[in-house]
Each structure stands twice: as C-alpha cells, then as structure tokens.
Write a protein that binds this ligand. Sequence first.
Ligand SMILES: *Cc1c(COP(=O)(O)O)cnc(C)c1O
Length: 401
Amino acid sequence: MEFSQYPVNTLLSITNRPDLVFTEGQGMWLTDHTGKRYLDFLQGWAVNCLGHSPQCVQDALIKQAGRLINPSPAFYNEPAIRLAETLTKHSCFDRVFFANSGAEANESAIKLARKWGQLHPNAAGDNRFEIITFEHSFHGRTLATMSASGKTGWDTLFAPQVPGFPKAHLNDLESVKGLITDKTIAIMLEPVQGEGGVLPVAPAFMQALRALTQKHNLLLIVDEVQTGMGRTGELFAYQLSEIEPDIMTLGKGIGAGVPLAAMLCKEEFACFTPGDQGGTYNGNPLMTAVGQAVADTLLAPGFMASVRESSEYLGAELERLSEEFGLQGERGEGLLRALRLGQDIGPQIVEAARLMEPVGLLLNAPRPDLLRFMPALNVTHAELDQMLAMLRQVLRQVQAA
Ligand SMILES: *Cc1c(COP(=O)(O)O)cnc(C)c1O
C-alpha cells in the first residue's frame, strides 16, 4: 500500500511523524508498509526491553486472555498478586500499586506523598505538600506530572500549573537545600535523566539526598519509569547508589511494550485509604501476566550479567567512534547511553539514518547535540556492530555535507 492511501489525517496530529507506517516488529527489527526493514535503537522509547513481540509476551497474553482479562480492580487476581510479590522480593519495597502508564504511576507517587504530608503536618499544623523536583526532569504528561517536570517551556504550556513543584539543579545539593521549606514533603528524581539527555545522578548526590530527606523527615521518590527493570544494568537504578528510596515508580520496560506501570512504596508509607486511589484497568491480569513473564526473563540466571556485558561493549565502542569522528564522548548507565556530538546535528543524523537503504536505522536525539541509544536488553553484539557500522556511514555522510 502507498503511504498516501492511509487516511492518516483521521488521527489527531500530536507530533511530526515520518511518512511511513510500521506493520511488523521482531526483536531489534521493525518493518514498514513498503517492506523496508529498520534496525530499531528506540524500541518504543526504552519500552520494549526484550525487543519487538518477544515470545514470552505473546505466550503470556494468549494464555491469560483465554483465562481471565478483567475481573475489575475491586477484586484480587492471581497475576497481580504474583507480580507484586516478585517486585517486592527483588527490591527494597513492600507494597505495589499497578497503573497503566508512567505518568499515572508518578501521579500515584505524588498523591501518596501529599497524603503522607497531610498525616504528618509541619509544626504549625499545616499540610506539607511541596515536592522538590529537578530542572530538565521528565515525569509525564498529565497536568501534575508536567508540573513536576523541569522541561523548558512546560511551566507556561497549559497554565496554570499544579502548584508545589519547586525545581532544583541536578547534582547540586545546595540548590536542593535552598528549596526546603516547612511545606516540603518529598524530593523526586530520575536516577538517570532520560529525556533530559541521559544525565546520570552521581551516586554521592543520591546518597546526600537520602541523608537530607532523612534529616528533614521527607520522602525520597525515584522515578524509574525509564531506568527500572534492568535498563541500567541493575534491576533498579537506585541500586547503583546503594541507597533505599521510600517510593519508586516503574513503567516502560515493566510491560515490554504493553501498558503496565507501577508505584512501589515501603510499608510505613502505605497510607492510602479506600477511595484515595484507583483506576479501571489498574492491575488487570492481562497486563500483569505480561509483567510477570518480563520479570521472570530479567531475573533468569545470567540475564542481567549479559546486559552489563552488552552495556560495556556499547559504551566502549561509542567512545571509540567518538574519537574517530572527533565527537565529545559518550555517557549513560547500562543500555541507556548517549553520544555527545558537539554540534546540533542530532536531528540530521536521525533523519539520514532512517532514510538509509536498503535498511534503515532508528535513533533518537533527545537534544540537538546528542544521540540516545536504548536497544532491547537482549541486543546481540552483531546487532550492536551493525548499528555502529551504519552510524559511521551516516556520520561520514553528515560530516561531508
Ligand atoms: C516515559 C517517562 C515517563 C512517562 O511515562 P508514560 O508511560 O509516557 O506516561 C515518566 N518518567 C520518566 C522518567 C519517563 O522516561
């Protein structure tokens, strides 16, 4: 079918999409409506942690679809209970609330913190509700999570904002201290700022935040929607700093492509009472059964070691490529990495890579001077090598132009 034959204008326009329609995906590869194949280093924005249409997800969906899809969140179901048990067993948390998107999981974390702040008011007896977040952070696209985000321009887009999210500078403890008031209830951050440009939080900074929050009786919330579920080479990125947060949110990789997210908290902060939080699809067995299949895969012996091995290989190869082309090096954690270009040629590279023939390469430039790599966690060396060879070709092309 020709692209022009698709009635794409029946979809509300929300972003500039290229003139192609993806029809199939398998592992690291996508196929478009013309049959052209693309090596996919976006993977749904770090979502498809096991690549496109992994067998374990297909099996879990088919098996669970024939058994029970939706009894309603007013009742228990087996996959939700099992997955909550798995997540709490392998993290420092005790309780899980399932949601359908990262933004919704973060909304839950914000609501839980505000509830905690009502139950633990300041000396004057006022609610504590302010949550300190960070410049360039990304927490989602609902009104509260947009307000929590530090994305440039988002303070006025859809104004007025939800109040109570002062912004500090990442890896700058004084900037956080300066924002603490008697209304503060929590500090919330991504262990690696993903959309902000793959900026890792220094372990010493995370540890200092843990000490600071303990001193001021504040909650420490980590948004691991992008970094969680093995992406950074640990099951959860907070483990890189050897601290224990109070609340964590998960999304993206937890469902390997299906809509599943979660908020986890320690027992002492599990302060919701009936009516405070819910949602029609929360914890539905179809999605949580997939989450279980994903978790089982990540927890299988040797899987995380192979993620760390691939990460080291990709990091070293990107560094080598950077030297070859006179770029500014690479950074990241695990299989969430970025190449610093030193010039605003990111969008040009992304476009040229996609247009390559006979196969294309899908990359992302979260900032104009940066390329981000978020392959499937089970990416092979051969696939990494193929991407690097294609990227070299595109860089030569762009630098020559
Ligand atoms: C993607 C992302 C979100 C939002 O998740 P959605 O599923 O798109 O709502 C929140 N926080 C971080 C760190 C993310 O990367």
